[in-house]
Ligand binder design. Structure first.
Ligand code: GLA
Length: 421
């Protein structure tokens, strides 16, 4: 599996075995000095609540997780980029003056796309030699692509001479501004270069994540605020259960949902005669309820999910600020029901995993997370119930041909980093 291998926790919040990756660099490029070598690492994410709300300018609440894509790289003086994927065991090379997609090494398109998206920035174009590895499960809805994109942007910007102190800062206004711009460039790369529609949540989570905090993000203004979770103090953990189900349907259904929500928004604006309604976050629940009957039933269901899911995000943040974990967890169950019944992006295996979680004492809340149709559930679990949950969840493939399901306890970590090796 891509980016699966050999990644472990190490010091300095770069959760990658940097020594192993350094060794790979030395072997691949036959260069045995450590001089001028850097490491960038960017985490995947789990969305705690606020699903399918980002592309209509709504609210989300993801965390960055202790699973990363990491890149060991050395800037070059010319414009050549040489990439080696440790997980695909494949080299891919291109020039920054002529960036095209690679049919032979499709994994490299994420990096190429980011280089393309950054090419409009007023920076010197400088290539690099790099080795890449990671441990974010692919296709599980934990944003391995966003992690790769963001780690790539940090590497390319460092090679171009951007002050690493600014790139690495979560505190300064300037550092946060650069991170916001990086997230947007990575989303642009994924939308326009790789050709996959996505909102801004994954890239923002990978850039802005903070240890022990959820990222309360307004996907229209891109203002964000880290909100303390307090799970550790309450002896709780986040458990992710990867069902092992990967569905090809995701992108066509994802695009269809986006379309339905846009249609609904336009219809509501027309019915109310309010052209300033740009997205569903401009529609209050009471207003929505007043016009609901005038919408086609399917469109109405999609819009109801989005309007209420935005409210659930606000209520979740309010609950966590008051330390009311039970109230937060109840919103997780509600979110799942809404994704299952109104937005219709769940699947039998996700529903089964959430039901089993509901029936396990000590599990406060659970829901599907990510785009849906497979992938993962996220569970808020008391420490003393971890084993009960993990043994309740099936461990062998849930469908013929599906991968083995896996459950893992998640660390909530800081967003992307870059440092000299
Ligand atoms: C995918 C997309 C995100 C978001 C989620 C659903 O992960 O990449 O932008 O839309 O689905 O919440």
């Amino acid at each position: 599996m891509l980016f699966q291998a050999k990644v472990k926790e190490v010091a300095e919040q770069v959760a990658v075995d940097s020594k192993w990756l350094l060794q790979q660099f030395q072997d691949v490029f036959e260069s045995y000095s450590k001089d001028g070598l850097w490491i960038s690492a960017a985490p995947g994410r789990v969305n705690l609540i606020g699903e399918h709300t980002d592309y209509s300018g709504g609210f989300v609440f993801p965390v960055a997780i202790g699973h990363n894509v990491a890149i060991v790289f050395r800037p070059r003086t010319d414009r050549i980029v040489r990439l080696y994927s440790c997980d695909y065991r494949q080299m891919s090379e291109f020039c920054l003056d002529e960036i095209g997609t690679s049919p032979d090494a499709p994994w490299s398109n994420f990096f190429r796309g980011v280089a393309w998206a950054l090419s409009g920035w007023e920076l010197p174009k400088r290539g690099l030699d790099a080795v890449i590895s990671g441990d974010v499960p692919i296709g599980a809805g934990l944003s391995s692509s966003a992690a790769f994109e963001v780690a790539s942007a940090f590497a390319l910007l460092t090679a171009a001479g951007t002050d690493p102190a600014i790139l690495d800062s979560f505190e300064s206004e300037c550092g946060l501004k650069v991170r916001r711009e990086i997230a947007l460039a990575c989303q642009k790369a994924e939308n326009l270069f790789v050709g996959v529609s996505c909102g801004i949540m994954d890239q923002m989570a990978s850039c802005m994540g903070r240890t022990g905090h959820g990222i309360y993000l307004d996907c229209r203004s891109l203002e964000h605020e880290p909100v303390r979770l307090g799970f550790d103090d309450a002896d709780m953990k986040i458990v992710v259960y990867d069902t092992g189900i990967r569905r090809g349907l995701v992108s066509s259904e994802y695009n269809r949902r986006r379309q339905e929500v846009e249609t609904g928004t336009k219809m509501i604006a027309d019915i109310l005669g309010q052209s300033d309604i740009r997205s569903l976050r401009d529609v209050e629940l009471s207003t929505f309820e007043a016009v609901r009957e005038m919408l086609p039933p399917e469109v109405a269901r999609r819009c109801e999910h989005v309007v209420k899911e935005n409210e659930r995000v606000w209520n979740s943040v309010a609950a966590l600020r008051q330390g009311d974990l039970l109230a937060f967890a109840n919103l997780m169950w509600e979110s799942h029901e809404s994704l299952r019944d109104l937005y219709e992006v769940s699947c039998p295996e996700l529903d089964m995993a959430v039901k089993l979680a509901f029936e396990t004492g000590g599990v406060l809340g659970a829901r599907m997370t990510g785009a849906g149709f497979g992938g993962c559930t996220v569970n808020l679990v008391r420490n003393d119930a971890l084993n009960d949950l993990i043994s309740a969840l099936p461990g062998s493939p849930l469908r013929p041909g599906a991968s083995e399901p896996r459950a893992f306890v998640i660390d909530v970590v800081d967003g992307a980093r870059v440092s000299e090796l």
